[in-house]
Design a protein around this ligand. Structure first.
Ligand SMILES: NC(=O)c1ccc[n+]([C@@H]2O[C@H](COP(=O)([O-])OP(=O)(O)OC[C@H]3O[C@@H](n4cnc5c(N)ncnc54)[C@H](OP(=O)(O)O)[C@@H]3O)[C@@H](O)[C@H]2O)c1
Length: 182
């Protein structure tokens, strides 16, 4: 059964990007392969991803599209698919808008039993949580405060800590989203 996971890194004061959508404060932190919330282990079991348009545009502007699994980008605008590098396969990107329930169903079908990743931002993870679809939050906390920016998860949720560790400079934790009755 696919889990829908919000796997994300934040500042100590709960922001995933600064007010200029910069991630310099994050990408400059030391990481330890094999540590808590290890990216390679995580991505190996991801069958589909979802992200908002700000994140999509950030990815395209900062190194380009590198995801091999199907992706859903939430937007109300007409956005272009990622450019294809010579000899590479076309990116499997779908644009969607409105309720995330249909996006979730399409992701689940495409993932064939693998997990689903909400890349960000925080409100999109919140939209999945509002629909009762968010299963876990895997958080890596960088030792920096930003005092403002894009919020981690602007919803009121009840979570259960299921694992905690470190990864280089990061404090890492995995949480299960508690729903009514569980
Ligand atoms: N620290 C990390 O690990 C991490 C992870 C992911 C992202 N980030 C960064 O965090 C920032 C996130 O930006 P953000 O908070 O603005 O969030 P975002 O989710 O990336 O983008 C928000 C935009 O997506 C579109 N959208 C969202 N939900 C929609 C829906 N249901 N239907 C239609 N359109 C929808 C809207 O834009 P339009 O309709 O105008 O297109 C909305 O303004 C970015 O800078 C990103 O690079 C950091």
């Amino acid at each position: 059964m696919s889990r829908l996971i919000y796997y994300v890194a934040s500042s100590l004061d709960g922001f995933i990007a600064d007010e200029h959508d910069s991630l310099d404060w994050l990408l400059s932190q030391e990481q330890a392969p094999g540590g808590g919330n290890d990216y390679e282990s995580f991505i190996a079991n991801i069958g589909a991803i979802a992200m908002g348009s700000t994140t999509y545009e950030w990815v395209l502007a900062n190194g380009g599209w590198g995801y091999e699994m199907p992706a859903w980008v939430l937007t109300t605008r007409e956005l272009a698919v990622p450019p294809v590098a010579e000899g590479a396969a076309a990116a499997d990107v779908h644009f969607a808008h409105g309720q995330v329930t249909e996006v979730y169903e399409a992701m689940r079908e495409a993932a064939r039993g693998k997990d689903l990743w909400v890349v960000g931002g925080g409100d999109l993870a919140g939209q999945f949580a509002d629909a009762g679809l968010l299963d876990e939050v895997h958080l890596s906390i960088a030792p920096v405060t930003l005092a403002g920016g894009r919020p981690l998860l602007p919803r009121r949720l009840d979570l259960e800590l299921i694992e905690h560790s470190t990864n280089g400079a990061f404090l890492t934790a995995r949480h299960r989203v508690r729903r009514q009755g569980n």
